[in-house]
Design a protein around this ligand. Structure first.
Ligand SMILES: CSC[C@@H](O)[C@@H](O)C(=O)COP(=O)(O)O
Length: 366
């Protein structure tokens, strides 16, 4: 069984506290919206898809337990809750997109002639629960599309992949995005080796990706972030694959800080650079990466390791959690659940898929 970042049954939600990994596996209950906001902000749970899933499931848990009689009161509660959850972490778009979609859904449900508080409550809970299965399905598609694309593109197999941050089961409902592609390559028997970066300052690579790779028995080596160029030069890296917190209309991509320099180094070495991201991480409302709000994290995440200060007292600190990789450095493509697209093709491809989906939904209603 693969690792689970989230455990859910109706009325009951728990997250694996990722701050304690790899030393201790402890699930902690999330009983309210406030607790969900706190586990997300403190990064006990992190990764763009997992943030949205925990946020929406915490709303499902609240809806199981609260007593609301009036329909309008329930709708207001749901809309306010979603607005609150979106404030937990600003860069990853998944929670904001889920909030937007769920808000539209609630309005439509409430407008039905036979709508009651109970029917709205039930359908919102179902909507949130569906995110779990949908995310795993999407990740498997990303894994397979990405693996096939890469195998056709890069010479020499089996392949060696370099990845950054954590994009696996711990960052999603399961399987993973960039790590999902690695998992698929491994299952197909075409993976030689993985290099995973430590991912300073908060070490998601050393703490979480290394843990997942060991757990899955995938051959892998941990490197410091400062070793990526030499690894590309000397270790036969076939491709770089990373995840995303927000991919915007022109393909510019916000991801864990350090991604940008990785893409520059990959271009220098002629190594294809891929972004693996579900459509839930794509934000076509922003034209380019200059409009993405970049979260700044507390200075202690840079100055301290495991609660112990390593930096000189008195030094100033700048700690952006993410950087933006310009679309022209994404030379391999953007791997989504609908296929692999060049950055400049993404907007048109996703718009087309969304139109078709809307059309299918309308057909189903007739
Ligand atoms: C499938 S996870 C994709 C991204 O969210 C991931 O690459 C990343 O940057 C995570 O950052 P984090 O700050 O750990 O939430």
């Amino acid at each position: 069984m693969s690792l689970e970042s989230v455990r859910y049954r109706p009325g009951c939600l728990a997250v694996l506290n990722q701050l304690l990994l790899p030393h201790e596996s402890r699930y902690e209950p999330v009983r309210s919206l406030q607790e969900a906001w706190e586990v997300i902000r403190s990064m006990k749970v992190r990764g763009a898809p997992a943030i949205a899933i925990v946020g929406c499931l915490s709303l499902a848990v609240e809806l199981q337990r609260i007593e609301v009689k009036e329909k309008d009161q329930l709708v207001t509660f749901i809309l306010d809750s979603l607005k609150f959850l979106v404030t937990s972490r600003p860069t990853a778009v998944n929670m904001a997109k889920a909030a937007e979609e769920l808000s539209v859904f609630v309005h439509l449900e409430a407008a039905r002639a036979d709508a009651t508080s109970e029917s709205i409550r039930k359908s919102v809970i179902q909507w949130a629960e569906d995110l779990l299965t949908k995310d795993v399905e999407d990740n498997k598609k990303i894994g397979d599309y990405g693996a096939q694309h890469l195998l056709q593109r890069v010479p020499g197999q089996p392949v060696t992949i370099l990845t950054h941050c954590n994009t696996g089961s711990l960052a999603t409902a399961g399987y993973g995005t960039a790590l999902g592609v690695i998992r698929s390559l491994h299952m197909m028997g075409h993976l030689a080796h993985v290099y995973c970066t430590e991912t300073r300052p908060y070490n998601q690579g050393a703490r979480l990706t290394a843990y997942e790779l060991v757990y899955e028995k995938i051959p892998a080596t941990l490197i410091a972030d400062s070793m990526v160029s030499v690894a590309m030069k000397e270790k036969g890296v076939s491709a770089v694959i990373v995840g995303a917190d927000r991919v915007v209309a022109n393909g510019d991509t916000a991801n864990k800080v350090g991604t940008y320099q990785l893409a520059i180094a990959a271009k220098h070495h002629g190594i294809p650079f891929y972004v693996a991201a579900p459509s839930t991480s794509c934000d076509l409302s922003l034209e380019d990466g200059g409009h993405i709000v970049i979260e700044e994290r507390p200075s202690q995440e840079l100055t301290d390791v495991n609660g112990k200060r390593i930096a000189a007292q008195g030094i100033g600190v700048w700690n952006p959690a993410f950087d933006v990789t310009p679309c022209d450095l994404i030379t391999g493509g953007i791997i989504t659940e609908f296929g692999v697209f060049a950055p400049q093709e993404l907007q048109a491809a996703l718009t087309k898929v969304m139109k078709e989906k809307k059309w299918q939904k309308n057909e189903a209603c007739v």
